[in-house]
Design a protein around this ligand. Structure first.
Ligand SMILES: Nc1ncnc2c1ncn2[C@@H]1O[C@H](COP(=O)(O)OP(=O)(O)O)[C@@H](O)[C@H]1O
Ligand SMILES: [Mg+2]
Length: 146
């Protein structure tokens, strides 16, 4: 099943993500796909709000992962932009966050394309397409080796 919506502002993207977060069950990996500025981090901010996380959510560009524990389940926000392979992510100790037998909570990941093979057999993919300055198509679906 694929859900497609068009958001016409950053606020609407956050609201869509906030609502979507309420239906999420642990453990789950969510891959956010889209160009720079497409809205991946904006979506994550709304998603965190929907999880009941009250911290300030910022892009983990330099830390690669930020974790949040104040919500209804733990949430791990990754930005793999600076990584080049699955092995690099594993060397940093990230494998356990993508293993559904070990993960408790949600791993939400930007630029998973850079760490091919790290995602579990089944995951959620959210694709952001920039339609114009403030419009984004957001497509949510289940992906994996099924
Ligand atoms: N409909 C929209 N949805 C999400 N972001 C939007 C939208 N319209 C404009 N924007 C702007 O686009 C930028 C998206 O940035 P960001 O979420 O950091 O992107 P990414 O993490 O994909 O690089 C923000 O400056 C945001 O305000
Ligand atoms: Mg980002």
């Amino acid at each position: 099943m694929q859900i497609k919506v068009v958001s016409d502002s950053a606020e609407m993207t956050q609201l869509i993500a906030e609502k979507y977060a309420q239906s999420i069950k642990s453990p789950v990996v969510i891959s956010l796909v889209g160009d720079l500025g497409a809205g991946k981090t904006t979506f994550t901010k709304g998603f965190c709000k929907g999880m009941g996380i009250d911290d300030l959510v910022t892009s983990p560009t330099f830390t690669i992962m930020n974790d949040y524990t104040s919500g209804r389940m733990p949430l791990y926000h990754f930005d793999m932009y600076r990584l080049g392979s699955k092995e690099e992510a594993e060397e940093l100790g990230f494998a356990e966050y993508f293993d559904l037998r070990k993960l408790k909570g949600v791993s939400i990941v930007e630029w998973a394309e850079n760490v091919q093979g790290l995602l579990p057999a089944l995951y959620i993919e959210v694709v952001f397409t920039k339609l114009d300055e403030n419009k984004r198509e957001i497509s949510i679906g289940v992906k994996g080796w099924v």
